[in-house]
Design a protein around this ligand. Structure first.
Ligand code: LLP
Length: 383
């Protein structure tokens, strides 16, 4: 089904300098409502700021009552500045610095997701020095293949993230004896852009075994944080603007039904912010080669790096031409061959000045942009 409610307001784009990020706040609002409606009674959502930390986006998410998932001191400060309660913040990261840990303890975040035994010692040391108790969860690496791009899969055992399952005993013992720590939960995250439920179902099986093991050792866990990772439809964002949150949450409620007395934490980023954003650009030249034609647009890989970095596919539209289709390589102006948004892509016959939309760019678009080639960070427009 086509959702006219989320049609791009093309007329209002006409006089704007391009490129820019456009955010559909109605779609973000409806997505947040869908999350809250589908979330189980024991569920808590921490929005992953890394996906998109645009202030308008953050303010809408924080005012809807969600918590935050942060991975740096900068994200913690930004979350708080944009309305997230410090106690609602979960803080992950394999390389938290002393300064970042101290900041998080000072503002009183809800939980540190601890990624190594080494980090447990440092956390304890800093907490004791500051006369604080650090609320912690152990991030366990469950060794699950999320069947997604290898750059964004994080739950395999040879990965840098989390504590290896085989070191779980040692981690639990260490966390129980070190001063200044309060072990509250277990944390997992197996990867991103996961579009099938099997990896999540497998994760639930692993989690159940681990929680049982904790309880056998007399360690009681208050919450289970299952991370993020729910994917979005990059091929057809017009038909599927809002992910199937119900199927996602149901998978965890079913798989972890024995633990319904514990809080269930989620850290979705992409599924919340991904579909509400589009990168809007203009055609600079239609360059005819001998066997290909290039649509050279004014947005580059510095504005949206996903295609160059992961070979990611984004749906592309020409918003101003309705002519018969032709085949183009859609490329940016940056001096890199990988500055290519799509190869052999069918679009209505295009001309200099046409408006181009690269869809599903609300997550890991603006937040990963850079000034490479001394280009300015682009403006945003929310509607
Ligand atoms: N929690 C943790 C511990 C994470 O590492 C991540 C993402 C999330 C939550 C949120 O995951 P999401 O729900 O957004 O899948 N730049 C890549 C994605 C990297 C994801 C990194 N971690 C991309 O553009 O596809």
């Amino acid at each position: 089904m086509k959702h006219d409610r989320y049609a791009l307001p093309i007329d209002s784009f006409a006089d704007r300098p391009t490129p820019f990020y456009y955010y559909d706040l109605q779609l973000l609002h409806d997505t947040l409502c869908a999350v809250k409606e589908a979330m189980p009674a024991n569920g808590h959502m921490h929005y992953a700021l890394k996906a998109n930390s645009n202030p308008r986006v953050l303010q809408m998410i924080s005012s809807s009552g969600l918590g935050a998932d942060c991975v740096s001191g900068g994200e913690i400060s930004t979350a708080i500045a944009n309305g997230f309660a410090p106690a609602s913040i979960a803080y992950s990261g394999v390389g938290k610095t002393n300064r970042e840990i101290a900041l998080a303890l000072r503002v009183g975040i809800g939980c540190f997701n601890i990624e190594s035994i080494e980090e447990l010692y440092i956390m304890s040391e800093i907490a004791v020095q500051m006369n604080k108790i650090a609320p912690i969860a152990l991030r366990i690496n469950p060794d699950i293949d999320a069947h997604t791009h290898h750059f964004i899969t994080t739950g395999l055992s040879e990965n840098k993230f989390g504590i290896d399952m085989r070191m779980l005993d040692q981690a639990l013992d260490t966390a129980s004896v070190l001063p200044g720590l309060k072990l509250k939960g277990l944390h997992f995250h197996i990867g991103s852009q996961i579009t099938i439920t099997e990896p999540f179902a497998l994760l639930c099986e692993r989690i159940a075994g681990i929680v049982d093991k904790c309880e056998e050792k007399g360690i009681s866990i208050e919450h289970i944080n299952v991370g993020g990772g729910l994917g979005i439809d990059y091929d057809d964002p017009v038909t599927h603007p809002i992910p199937d949150f119900k199927a996602y949450f149901d998978c965890f409620s079913r798989g972890l039904s024995r633990f319904s007395d514990k809080a269930l934490h989620f850290e979705l980023g992409r599924a919340i912010a991904g579909q509400c954003g589009s990168l809007i650009s203009r055609v600079i030249y239609v360059k005819k080669g001998t066997s290909k034609q290039f649509l050279i647009i004014d947005a580059g890989m510095n504005d949206l790096i996903r295609p160059a970095l992961y070979g990611a596919h984004h749906h592309i539209e020409n918003l101003t031409s309705f002519a018969p289709k032709e085949v183009y390589d859609v490329v940016g102006p940056i001096c890199e061959t990988s500055d290519t948004f799509a190869e052999d892509y069918s679009l209505p016959s295009s001309r200099r000045g046409d408006l181009i939309a690269i869809r599903s760019a609300g997550a890991y678009g603006e937040s990963m942009s850079s000034t490479y080639n001394i280009r300015k960070l682009i403006s945003t427009y929310s509607y």
